[in-house]
Design a protein around this ligand. Structure first.
Ligand SMILES: Nc1nc2c(c(=O)[nH]1)N[C@H]1C(S)=C(S)[C@@H](COP(=O)(O)OP(=O)(O)OC[C@H]3O[C@@H](n4cnc5c(=O)[nH]c(N)nc54)[C@H](O)[C@@H]3O)O[C@H]1N2
Ligand SMILES: Nc1nc2c(c(=O)[nH]1)N[C@H]1C(S)=C(S)[C@@H](COP(=O)(O)OP(=O)(O)OC[C@H]3O[C@@H](n4cnc5c(=O)[nH]c(N)nc54)[C@H](O)[C@@H]3O)O[C@H]1N2
Ligand code: SF4
Ligand SMILES: [Mo]
Length: 689
């Protein structure tokens, strides 16, 4: 039997894989797809085991409605869709359109994300839509916009990485979060290039580095400024590049000069000689790159922090040139495309701005509505979740599990419980779906067709390989049916290619222009890089001639270090940071349902240094309580000298007692509205077993 070429349902690498349908037509096996350039056949354990979530043993197989007794009970699709339409309409009638919220996800295909944004603005007429990507790469996106006038996570394909001279990888543990991508770093070093990893922990990724800098969490901004200071002091700036291709250098230079090396050592804990080594490694070769991920970005100053790393690239002429530049390693399966087509609070498709009259007119034209009927910008993700049960009284949730993944999660869980009405579309009964009034079971990656845009800006096609079980519908079918019940008969097609063709028109002429991309072209070209105007070529490499600003020049932004929103004190003397392990994905809703992955990563833990463990009486493998101003979590201690002695680390993949987000601080970055997942203050207490 033939195989179907498609992509993994999980992270932003969007590894290519082949699916072989079994004779029964109800299951698939994963096979190598060596021809796809990003992963050349390699897959991590999550991708390899993804078909396990297709099994009816773990997934939702039919709609559920909460009964008068308070239990979720099986219902027909007609009943469930009627109940959702009525729930949303009632709130709108009684409390106004903005009392209805929509929360989306960066795992949704472009077609779904586009339709969800349109559904909110056209069918519900609400401004209250945002999505979990706000928790992901929003700080890097904002910094990209500010400096380059355009936000595409990587302005070059991954294949450029092995050919550059030096990579500074800031707060990315890609050996665990994108395992097949580690190959690019290995090849870089085989080619004579060097790797610097910046992470408070000596991760599997840091172990590969020529130089590992382990700053105190929340101090990357000072670190980048300190490196820029040394670049200036040592006369290593590229004055010609600065003069020809940038603006704002004098102010940015002055800001960096206020961060002299000894001060930076005091703030970050990174010794001055290590700073000098890093500058030498970064400046000596012809070309170099800085790549950031969630470590420096998920901070209440994430935008400025990324800005400081961009300034370092600009001052040394390491941007807008071949094999050089700044890039952000986007996280979710469609983390890139999901941030372009309108599920963000301030955005219209094609990365257009909702408050731009010309953008409103263009998109309203494609949608066949009066531009004046489009609502304005709404609240950011955390602010939206925080408003549930007060200003926002009904919510439609598609593609996120905030009970586990939102900061200050006990509070957010309580807000969700206080809603008048909650509808959740999901593939499994997630912790958030379990609180819903109506649960709509939807199809999965292997059962539907649609495009995603990987971390390189490469638009790719996932293909349907399986007939979905009879009790589930696609997200597009859900939106179509709800729109019809709410009085909008047209404009929500269920055929993904039809949606994509409309998205192309809506994006035409915008910053993320998809108008020249078609399903056919994606198949022929191993994906097409945006921007790609009608009839044009895709653009794997950006900014080589000009940046996307009005004057074509990149903008330095003067930034200064500031403390994290919460710093250690007597009561909460230890820093907590959070992140991921290789065998679980995000809130764990999908991967905690896969036996093989659970065997590898069965439970949450608290990673801490032996010295800190001795001080607080923690014993390896025994329960340890972690207490912050938001709450208390308990997980097994994991004692290792691979972490700073002033910091503990918890993965956030689990609900319940070991939920890391019970502890995290929702302090927001003022520009991106990113919460500070990566730094808060805690104390440790031995816990009862
Ligand atoms: N296995 C697995 N893979 C995934 C995911 C998953 O859940 N599981 N999720 C996907 C998604 S959506 C994303 S966004 C990516 C995330 O990918 P990464 O950004 O690689 O993942 P994290 O573990 O969140 O954070 C990376 C590193 O930041 C470090 N760090 C913590 N605080 C700081 C700090 O203040 N400064 C610096 N420089 N570093 C710090 C942590 O120690 C950690 O090693 O992964 C994607 N891939
Ligand atoms: N403490 C801490 N918290 C964090 C982070 C951190 O580093 N530390 N990282 C943050 C980051 S970067 C991210 S991206 C978020 C992610 O956190 P979440 O938004 O909770 O991400 P997922 O667990 O992927 O949730 C996706 C949900 O949608 C379902 N789903 C999957 N595909 C589809 C689909 O096509 N349609 C529908 N309707 N549902 C689908 C899944 O089953 C799952 O229940 O977590 C954030 N939270
Ligand atoms: S690295 Fe990401 S895309 Fe590749 S197989 Fe693993 S989870 Fe899937
Ligand atoms: Mo993410």
């Amino acid at each position: 039997m033939h195989t179907i070429a498609t992509h993994c349902p999980y992270c932003a690498l969007q590894c290519g894989m082949n699916l072989r349908p079994e004779a029964d037509g109800r299951s698939v096996t994963v096979e190598e797809r060596t021809g796809f350039p990003v992963n050349r056949g390699a897959l991590c354990g999550k991708g390899r085991t993804a078909p396990a979530v297709l099994s009816s043993r773990v997934r939702l197989t039919g709609p559920l409605i909460r009964s008068h007794a308070g239990r979720l009970e099986p219902a027909t699709w007609e009943e469930a869709l009627d109940a959702v339409a009525e729930g949303l309409a009632r709130t709108r009638r009684e409390d106004g359109a903005d009392a209805v919220g929509v929360f989306g996800g960066g795992g949704l295909t472009n077609e779904k994300a586009y339709s969800l944004g349109k559904f909110a603005r056209v069918v519900l007429g609400t401004s209250q839509i945002d999505y979990n990507g706000r928790f992901c790469m929003s700080s890097a996106a904002a910094a990209h916009q500010r400096a380059f006038g355009l936000d595409r996570g990587l302005p070059f394909p991954l294949e450029d990485i092995p050919r550059t001279g030096c990579v500074i990888l800031v707060g990315s543990n890609l050996a665990e979060t994108m395992p097949p991508a580690l190959r690019y770093l290995t090849e870089l070093r085989e080619n004579g290039g060097t790797l610097i990893v910046v992470d408070p922990r000596r991760t599997r990724t840091a172990e590969q580095a020529d130089l590992h800098l382990a700053p105190r969490p929340g101090t990357d901004l000072a670190l980048a400024l300190g490196l820029l200071h040394l670049v200036v002091a040592e006369g290593r700036t590229d004055e010609e590049f600065i003069a020809d291709r940038t603006t704002g250098w004098p102010e940015a230079r002055a800001a960096a000069m206020a961060h002299w090396p000894e001060l930076v050592e005091r703030i970050t804990g990174v010794p001055v000689p290590r700073l000098r080594e890093a500058v030498e490694m970064f400046c000596a070769p012809e070309s170099a790159m800085v790549l950031t991920a969630r470590g420096p970005e998920q901070q209440s100053k994430g935008t400025d922090t990324v800005g400081a790393w961009i300034n370092l690239c600009l001052a040394t002429g390491r941007a807008g040139r071949p094999l050089s530049g700044y890039g952000c390693l986007t996280g979710q399966g469609n983390g890139q495309g999901g941030r372009e087509h309108g599920q963000k609070a301030d955005q219209l498709p094609g990365y257009r701005k909702l408050d731009d009259p010309a953008a409103r007119a263009h998109v309203a034209g494609v949608w066949g509505v009066d531009p004046d009927t489009l609502p304005g910008p709404g609240r950011s993700a955390y602010e939206l979740l925080d408003a549930l049960g007060t200003d926002v009284r009904a919510l439609l949730l598609m593609g996120s599990n905030p009970v586990v993944s939102a900061p200050r999660a006990s509070h957010i869980e309580e807000r969700i419980r206080s809603l008048d009405f909650l509808a959740v579309a999901d593939v499994v009964l997630s912790e958030t779906a379990a609180l819903a009034d109506v649960v709509l079971p939807v199809t999965q990656w292997a059962e539907e067709t649609g495009t995603t845009t990987n971390l390189e800006g490469r638009v790719i096609l996932r293909r349907r390989a399986l007939t979905p079980p009879p009790g589930v519908r696609t997200d597009l079918e859900v939106m179509h049916a709800l729109a019809a019940r709410l009085g909008v008969e047209k404009g929500f097609p269920t055929d993904p290619e039809e949606v994509f063709d409309e998205l192309r028109r809506a994006s035409a002429g915008g910053p993320a222009d998809y108008s020249g991309i078609s399903y056919r072209r994606i198949a022929d070209e191993d994906g097409v890089f945006w921007p790609c105007p009608e009839g044009g070529e895709g653009a794997p490499r950006l900014f080589l001639d000009r940046f996307a600003t009005d004057d074509g020049r990149a903008r330095f932004v003067p930034v200064a270090h500031r403390d994290a929103a919460e710093v250690p004190d007597e009561e909460y003397p230890v820093l907590l940071t959070t992140g991921r392990v290789v065998s679980q994905y995000q809130s764990g809703a999908q991967t905690r349902r896969v036996d093989e992955l659970n065997a590898a990563a069965p439970a949450p833990f608290v990673e801490l240094h032996p010295r800190l463990a001795a001080r607080v009486g923690a014993v390896d493998g025994r329960s340890l309580a972690v207490v912050s101003r938001r709450g208390r979590a308990v997980a097994a201690a994991r004692i290792t000298d691979a972490i700073r002695a002033d910091t503990v680390f918890m993965p956030f993949h689990w609900p319940g007692e070991g939920r890391a987000n019970t502890l995290t601080n929702p302090a927001l970055d003022p520009v991106s509205r990113m919460p500070e997942f990566k730094v808060c203050a805690v104390r440790l207490e031995p816990a009862e077993e």
